[in-house]
Ligand binder design. Structure first.
Ligand code: AMP
Length: 900
């Protein structure tokens, strides 16, 4: 332990914890419920901000918090938080006053949280990405007198009665206050925060947590995992979920560095891996589904700097633990943590080991000052191996739910076991059992609460919202595992017969009321819900039906001819669903653009027909595809593809990338909403019949002709992805020459030639050496092989040369022709200055950095071309995934505001 933390522990008089290695066996007959308690003497009564103040004294000049190139030392952070605290005090903030804070992940977020605590108040996090109706509910429920926010977010706040304080634009006023620590007016029994979690009766509920629970949580962590001044904790979890609390305050109370992932970055695995390696992060927290995606990243090998990975929020599959060891080979660093918001973050944990005999990862044993009771319905202890409901006691329990005394009484019950440290028990609703070695195994839930990517969701809350839609008569939502074992939400809806809504309308409605993670991935319409013999809704019957259940969505019609039979077979193989009817829609069955590529590739192989992927947008059923293939129906081969043609707003036209396909824009088009028409532009030649254009000027004038059939005159809203960025530039140039107005020219991740340069040779050598030291000899082996392959590929196979650009497309002659034509067009194009303004959406794609030591102009070179300037927006994902879920959500939000 470093000096700083040693002092802290001594100050706080903590006893060492028992090593939780899952290896200690329980002797037969030993009573588990006594064993399952580890207590330390009560730590000194310090509130979290006081712990931070002690640390400031110990390491004033060390970096406390960092976000990309901005940082604050402990002293600077403390001074700013003090200024804010004094400001809030003057306004009346003190113990038990709830102060809302609506900010993006930023240095201001940390200053804001600490400032509220130092003033004596408790914070209520408001995620700016939540729909305004949810934020409005929280504001009304808390009756918070103040909202701390950032200037750019003020207009997003719902109507409220609170006083708004902008942490950026009003900083000068705030900074007029004293930089000294305010006198502490709180005790550890006062609230530190109120966090809202899903509520089964239709409204979220605020969990009120006092300082004491968080103090215990941080002390347990410090005693067990021992952060030191060299540690860097990556803050990834939204501050509206409680694991963010330890991510933020643990490093700040122990002299480590808090590294903030940039806003939106927590959803982008390639960015996360890059930050971990670059910043040498030692501690992170992940839900299992994100851990899996991260492990699949090729550069995860660069992340051996990690000392502790805290996984939790949902069951951790054993197979994922094995995969973890296979990919990272780090011992004693992966921990399975368990705990509800109501018990101040984590209540139990288990450090993962290799090749264990368990079938699911245990949730381990309790943390300090926490008692675990596994009880039957009569609140009696169950024996080892028997399943019971997990009850938690101890000093970490929440005070209860804000304004919900009924629910508080129901979930926080008197402790029937007379324990000195816990007069109450929290009924978690989790079914668990003791394993013979004393660890606890998670089995499932007693109720309808589910976890989706670690997010806690009461299905009843979604059903309540669905039932508020005027076209919905009844609804049931279930969580069902998809092919790779991730839960997805399915909504079964019985519509009102007079007013049958479609799934897009219902989705929009739900999106307006619930956070994104609570929006079902599919809406399935039924004439009636299945009932069990008692007349109750039979949820199990919905679970038991095959995920596909096409017969429930549309009337099932079996294939009628050989072509339909063959396409059906292909769909069943690719979608993993059986049976599929010829009237079922590809996208309603869970199809996406990646699966569409595979499906059309199979159709090309087996039936010899070449079709642009966008055919699926108008002909999305087996019946319709079969009609095209058997030439019963000839679709017009146009470059203009109506991806989402409805809505009263001016249409947005978006040009294809190097491979030519535009189906990849579908998710973006849908996310922009049903009032924003969205058209894709695809090249000639995707049908393998027409000849592709080889000059950008010709493509541009052809696309303009097509666009004019929809919108004869400007102002135009245009976009282009990758290679399409060059084509759309030329379109805008031609429009300007014709005296037309281009309202927006949006470029998606296109780098202009010459916008990058390689670092000097010596710098590249250092980078290679650094990589080799971090990754070992494998790095050199990998590099030399890939250089060799590159040379071989370049000469032997012209298509392979393009692979990074046309990822996911099959290697067929028609794609090769399109890519060749586009390449030639790109190389021949003469760039000229553009009189207007450009909006650039750019990723921080690691693929671009595959060549070690590549340095890019932040504006990707557009600054030299656009006389009206460039607006740069960073979006998550890589060059290949920016239009995919979940990245596309952020992209859509930003694009919506750009399009006005
Ligand atoms: P939350 O209040 O969002 O932290 O959610 C708490 C719930 O998540 C628990 O009651 C469990 O149902 C579930 N949960 C949390 N951690 C785990 C875990 N490691 N394994 C299984 N379920 C978990």
């Amino acid at each position: 332990m470093n000096n700083n933390c040693q002092n802290l522990s001594q100050n706080l008089n903590i006893k060492p914890n028992i090593q939780n290695d899952g290896l200690t066996d329980i002797h037969e007959g030993q009573s588990l419920h006594f064993w399952h308690e580890i207590s330390t003497s009560q730590p000194q009564n310090l509130c979290i901000h006081q712990m931070f103040e002690h640390q400031v004294k110990r390491s004033p000049d060390a970096i406390a918090v960092k976000l990309e190139n901005q940082y604050l030392t402990y002293r600077q952070l403390n001074q700013k938080a003090n200024q804010l605290a004094h400001h809030l005090r003057k306004l009346g903030v003190g113990p038990e006053v709830l102060v809302s804070i609506c900010v993006e992940r930023s240095l201001e977020m940390v200053v804001g949280l600490l400032g509220i605590l130092k003033a004596g108040g408790a914070y209520v996090p408001l995620d700016p990405n939540y729909p305004s109706e949810r934020l409005a509910f929280i504001l009304a429920d808390t009756k918070t007198p103040f909202i701390l926010t950032q200037g750019k977010l003020v207009s997003q706040l719902p109507p409220h009665q609170a006083k708004v304080i902008c942490l950026d634009s009003e900083w000068e006023k705030i900074a007029a206050n004293s930089q000294e620590n305010p006198v502490c007016t709180t005790t550890i029994d006062n609230l530190i925060y109120t966090i809202y979690t899903s509520g089964s009766t239709g409204k979220p509920k605020g969990v009120m947590i006092p300082h004491q629970g968080i103090l215990n949580q941080l002390l347990w962590r410090q005693e067990t995992f021992k952060l030191n001044a060299n540690d860097k904790v990556l803050q990834t979890i939204s501050f509206s979920f409680d694991p963010s609390v330890w991510q933020i305050f643990w490093p700040l109370c122990c002299g480590a560095q808090l590294i903030l992932a940039r806003p939106g970055g927590h959803q982008d695995p390639s960015y996360l891996v890059q930050v971990i390696a670059k910043q040498k992060i030692t501690v992170i927290a992940l839900v299992p589904s994100l851990l899996r995606v991260l492990l699949e990243e090729p550069s995860i090998k660069n992340c051996r700097c990690l000392r502790h990975i805290f996984c939790g929020g949902e069951p951790l599959p054993i197979e994922l633990i094995e995969y973890f060891f296979e990919r990272l080979n780090l011992n004693h660093v992966l921990h399975n943590c368990y705990g509800p918001t109501e018990a101040s973050i984590d209540a139990t944990f288990w450090t993962c080991q290799r090749q264990i005999k368990y079938t699911t990862a245990p949730i381990g044993r309790p943390i300090t000052n926490t008692q675990i009771y596994i009880l039957n319905e009569n609140l009696q202890h169950v024996s080892t191996g028997e399943i019971g409901e997990l009850h938690i006691g101890g000093i970490s329990l929440a005070r209860g739910y804000l304004n919900r005394p009924d629910l508080t009484q129901q979930k926080f019950i008197p402790n029937p076991f007379n324990h000195k440290n816990s007069s109450r028990l929290y009924k978690t609703g989790d079914l668990v059992r003791y394993l013979p070695d004393g660890n606890i195994e998670f089995i499932g839930r007693v109720d309808q609460q589910v976890k989706i990517r670690g997010f806690r969701i009461e299905l009843g809350e979604i059903e309540t919202v669905l039932n508020q839609h005027s076209g919905v008569s009844q609804s049931v939502v279930i969580a069902k595992k998809d092919k790779i074992g991730n839960n997805q939400l399915l909504a079964y809806v019985v519509p009102h017969q007079q007013q049958i809504p479609n799934s897009i309308q219902i989705r929009r409605f739900v999106q307006g009321k619930l956070p994104e993670y609570m929006v079902p991935s599919r809406f399935i319409f039924l004439d009636q819900l299945p009932l069990n013999p008692n007349g109750k809704i039979d949820r199990q019957a919905l679970h038991d039906t095959n995920l596909s259940t096409p017969e429930l969505e549309t009337k099932f019609v079996a294939p009628q001819n050989e072509i339909e039979r063959q396409i059906t077979q292909i769909w069943e193989e690719i979608l993993g669903i059986q049976p599929i009817g010829i009237k079922d829609n590809f996208f309603d069955l869970g199809g996406n653009s990646l699966l569409a590529v595979k499906m059309f590739w199979q159709i090309e192989n087996r039936l010899g027909t070449n079709l642009p992927l966008a055919t699926l947008l108008q002909s999305g059923t087996i019946e319709a595809l079969s009609a095209i293939i058997s030439k019963k129906y000839y679709p017009k081969n146009r470059s203009l593809v109506a991806i989402q043609p409805h809505g009263s707003r001016p249409p947005f036209f978006c040009v294809h990338g190097m491979g030519g396909e535009v189906l990849c824009f579908r998710d973006l088009a849908l996310r922009l909403g049903d009032d924003q028409p969205f058209y894709g532009l695809q090249p000639k030649g995707l049908d393998a019949i027409e000849t592709p254009y080889t000059r950008i000027e010709d493509m541009a004038s052809h696309y303009l002709q097509e666009i004019r059939t929809i919108q004869p005159q400007g102002p135009y809203f245009l976009g282009g992805f990758s290679f399409g960025g060059l084509v759309v530039l030329e379109m805008a140039q031609q429009l300007h020459q014709q005296g037309e107005e281009v309202e927006k020219l949006v470029i998606f991740d296109t780098c202009l030639p010459g916008c990058s340069q390689r670092s000097p040779f010596w710098k590249r050598i250092i980078l290679h050496l650094d990589n080799a030291i971090q990754q070992g000899p494998n790095y050199l082996l990998h590099k030399t092989t890939s250089w060799g392959l590159l040379v071989k590929t370049y000469f032997q196979d012209r298509y392979k040369r393009y692979l990074p650009i046309t990822k996911d497309l099959p290697e067929t002659e028609r794609y090769l022709k399109i890519v060749d034509a586009n390449y030639q067009a790109k190389n021949d194009y003469k760039f000229q200055t553009y009189p207007g303004r450009i909006t650039l959406f750019r990723t921080e794609d690691k693929h671009r950095y595959d060549v070690v030591g590549m340095e890019y102009d932040p504006q990707f070179g557009w600054g030299n071309l656009a006389m009206g300037g460039v607006d740069v927006h960073y979006v998550p994902g890589s060059h290949f995934s920016l239009f995919e879920e979940p990245h596309v959500q952020i992209m859509a939000e930003k694009l919506r505001s750009v399009l006005g």
